[in-house]
Design a protein around this ligand. Sequence first.
Ligand code: CTP
Ligand code: CA
Length: 223
Amino acid sequence: VEARLGQGPLAGKRILVTSGPTHEPIDPVRYIANRSSGAQGTAIARALADLGAEVVFVTGPAEVAPPEGVEVVPVQTAQEMMQAVEAALPADAAVFAAAVADWHVQGAGDRKLKKSKDGLPSLSFAENPDILKTVSQRGEGRPPLVVGFAAETNDVLAHATAKRERKGCDWIVANDVSPATGIMGGRENAVTLITETGAEDWPRMGKDAVAARLAERIAAALA
Ligand code: CTP
Ligand code: CA
């Protein structure tokens, strides 16, 4: 860990990575989550650190352990992730691999919901901050390279291309997470990298290999 600091093509570069799911409380003992394991974001943070970057790793409650040699900022909710990201800027690049919950439960309080003869509880939702979009559309302090992910179950290229435009990020790493692919929660990934110059299909490979290839591309872009 010490040995690689200051060495490699990303030496002297500060890179922010978000990863993992978020947990949105319903009450003090229950939450809404998603199936992200954090594996791809963790592999990306490790690959960037291996190339010498100073990595700030903002992570929700992931199944996999964070990498060695990065600054780990653990968060639970999307709102906490937004604050941690703001606090971590400025950076030379930012990679938004987290599966951020789109909504939080309104009025989640400090008392457990109880069963009642009077009927079932109902939850109402409010929208979470869009972290990728907020950072992409920042004027001052926008990282020179902003990379988002687009996990889609259908029409992957069309949805991901539209997402890149809508968010204002530089690159989108798109993947098909429909159940038949086994990618969500699995060890492999098959991605399409969408940049300002077009879309590139990468062959299906291990998440570590996707991470290494993406880290190399980031190093080339920042060089
Ligand atoms: N993202 C984010 N903050 C959010 C939601 C998403 O930073 N509140 C980021 C993700 O980390 C990812 C990208 O935005 O890099 C795309 O996430 P995705 O869920 O695919 O996009 P949404 O805009 O939420 O669209 P939808 O879920 O409706 O497809
Ligand atoms: Ca979403």
